[in-house]
Design a protein around this ligand. Structure first.
Ligand code: INI
Length: 162
């Protein structure tokens, strides 16, 4: 049996964090958590680039451009969609989920989803480092693991079918 999986060691990886400015009280904390997690997993500070966009709706388009540069092993989308009194929340959260998934499927590198979809600002802050962990950090760790499993697949020896 040959098992291919990704380690959580980020040494030598180049990473990009794409962060939405809307709800920046939350998204800046997701960014702090994601950058901290990358460094703690061994990614060099100079190998982490940050790109900002207006809102979560704009994340997939910027993500796509960042991925297309071919400069990164791991890219993380960071945003916070918080329910208001109108259906806007549903549209933005549905589009970003589809958009990030679409970019991830086409990308040659790891793409991770660090976008919160919450009912309240309180729920969002809890998930941005206050009391329920930091989803930015979790997404960054997932990106490191995914980048490493992609590398492992690329290095796997070709075997003939029996
Ligand atoms: N953008 C967010 O990142 N979070 C939200 O909660 C949000 N809501 O609810 O409106 C939001 N809207 C802005 C949207 O992402 C776009 O920037 C805007 O529609 C312009 O295209």
């Amino acid at each position: 049996m040959n098992v291919y999986e990704g380690s959580l060691v980020g040494t030598g990886l180049k990473a990009a964090l794409v962060v939405a400015r809307f709800n920046s009280l939350v998204t800046e904390q997701l960014l702090v958590g994601a950058a901290d997690a990358l460094r703690r997993h061994g990614v060099a500070d100079g190998d982490i680039d940050v790109f900002r966009c207006p809102g979560t709706f704009e994340l997939p388009a910027i993500l796509r451009r960042v991925v297309a540069t071919g400069r990164y092993d791991a890219v993380v989308a960071l945003g916070a969609v918080i329910r208001g009194g109108t259906p806007h929340f549903e549209y933005v959260s549905a589009e970003v989920t589809k958009g990030v998934a679409h970019v991830a499927m086409e990308a040659g590198c790891a793409v991770a989803m660090g976008v919160l979809t919450c009912d309240s600002m309180e729920q969002a802050l809890e998930r941005a480092g206050v009391k329920a962990g930091n989803k930015g950090a979790e997404a960054a760790a997932a990106a490191v693991e995914q980048a490493n499993v992609l590398r492992a697949i690329a290095r796997a020896p070709a075997r003939k079918a029996e």
